[in-house]
Design a protein around this ligand. Structure first.
Ligand SMILES: NC(=O)C1=CN([C@@H]2O[C@H](COP(=O)(O)OP(=O)(O)OC[C@H]3O[C@@H](n4cnc5c(N)ncnc54)[C@H](OP(=O)(O)O)[C@@H]3O)[C@@H](O)[C@H]2O)C=CC1
Ligand SMILES: N[C@@H](CC(=O)OP(=O)(O)O)C(=O)O
Length: 353
């Protein structure tokens, strides 16, 4: 059986740490693991299956002899280093948005469109975290009844903006409870002109603003959803709009998803049945007993949790639902490692000539 040399780029980060633990349990025969990060982390030791591994500074020649790269060190690092990795024969699964919309890069949610992996040219993109959980929940409904329109509002945890944002929430909360002045340096985005506190607050900005008034996170949800569902030629016709909001939650993105089906006769009970029988989805929908998805319950889990499914009383075929998932696992590390498992399963861990 072939064994693979796997490099984790961004191994010291919020997502990188989870990539390590997901890889420990993956259906991937691992010969060796290389842990790569910035030069600040070079020499640090991290564990893979109880074995201590020294973190190395990521450079082009770090990828010599590597079969598979799991990448999560930000878009600029991916832009610079992944083409170097591919040149050296490594297949890269990238968590960043750097290559997602490129025509020759498959954008994959396993269970939805992993059949498109055969078209890869060395780089495969992992979608945005908010996109993954929404598409995972909607896909079985789209296959069965066809979706015409999606209107989504997100409630995104601070860990989506990295380790530093999570630390900032905790510090601000502590300062506030101690009646001390607090500082905001990271959110809404590290590169923003102004920063605002997230503790006891909500920020209707994730990523930068586009000229049309939408944020780039909203743009990604709209266009990535269409690309993933493009398998089916009707998908380009799906209307999608989004509002993305940062909330003071550590881990777990929530989404209210309003969707309109082509078939106007579908019932909430039929939708619940589809969700229930789809692998990777967990139905938590029992309002009488106050059973519904919550970030605190989803954190640490790989599944996507779905509840509050109810029809729009004034628009037959339209429904509201509430979808929650761990953004660092389902929205990032688990999806990436599942893509890598599909590549191994389908014997696709090679760069086509
Ligand atoms: N699919 C999705 O929706 C998600 C995608 N992501 C993507 O993953 C990236 C990382 O996210 P996250 O883990 O939360 O961020 P963190 O800030 O927690 O971690 C960033 C990681 O990148 C490394 N890094 C930074 N600069 C360099 C460099 N020049 N060369 C090599 N490594 C570098 C850091 O190393 P060091 O510790 O040495 O600084 C660290 O390991 C995001 O920028 C985003 O692009 C993240 C969340 C969800
Ligand atoms: N933007 C997401 C996480 C992320 O990094 O997304 P992307 O990979 O699309 O840049 C969040 O802040 O919750």
């Amino acid at each position: 059986m072939k064994e693979y040399v796997v490099a984790i780029l961004g191994a010291t980060g919020a997502v990188g740490q989870r990539l390590i633990s997901e890889l420990e349990h993956a259906q991937i025969p691992v010969k060796e693991v290389k842990l790569l990060a910035s030069k600040n982390s070079a020499g640090k030791k991290l564990k893979f299956k109880n074995q201590e591994i020294k973190v190395e500074e990521a450079r082009p020649d770090s990828f010599n002899g590597v079969d598979l790269v799991l990448s999560s060190a930000g878009g600029a690092v991916s832009q610079k280093l992944l083409p170097e990795a591919v040149k050296r024969g490594a297949v890269c699964v990238d968590n960043t948005s750097a290559f997602r919309m490129a025509d020759d890069v498959p954008l994959i949610v396993p269970g939805v469109n992993d059949d498109q992996l055969v078209n890869h040219h060395g780089i495969i993109a992992n979608p945005n975290c908010s996109t993954i959980q929404m598409v995972a929940a909607l896909y079985p409904l789209h296959v069965k009844w066809g979706i015409k329109q999606i209107i989504v509002s997100t409630y995104q945890a601070v860990s989506g903006a990295g380790k530093a944002a999570r630390d900032e929430l905790l510090q601000q909360a502590q300062d506030r409870l101690n009646n001390q002045e607090t500082e905001a340096k990271i959110l809404p985005t590290a590169s923003a002109k102004k920063h605002y506190p997230i503790a006891f607050n909500l920020l209707p900005q994730i990523d930068v603003f586009e000229d049309d008034g939408y944020t780039h996170e909203e743009w990604k949800m709209i266009h990535e959803t269409k690309k993933i569902l493009y398998n089916d030629q009707d998908s380009q016709q799906i209307k999608v709009t989004a509002t993305c909001v940062r909330v003071p939650v550590e881990i777990g993105h929530g989404e209210t998803v309003y969707f309109v089906l082509k078939d106007k006769s579908v019932t909430a009970a039929a939708i619940q049945q589809e969700i229930k029988k789809t692998p990777g989805l967990v139905l938590q929908d029992d309002p009488q007993n106050q059973i519904y998805p919550q970030p605190l319950l989803a954190a640490g889990k790989k599944e996507t949790f779905v509840g509050r499914i109810r029809p729009d009383q004034e628009n037959p075929g339209a429904f509201n639902m509430w979808v929650v998932a761990d953004n660092l696992l389902r929205g990032a590390a688990s999806n990436t490692v599942e893509i890598a498992e599909c590549l191994v399963r389908d014997n696709l861990v090679h760069v086509p000539k």
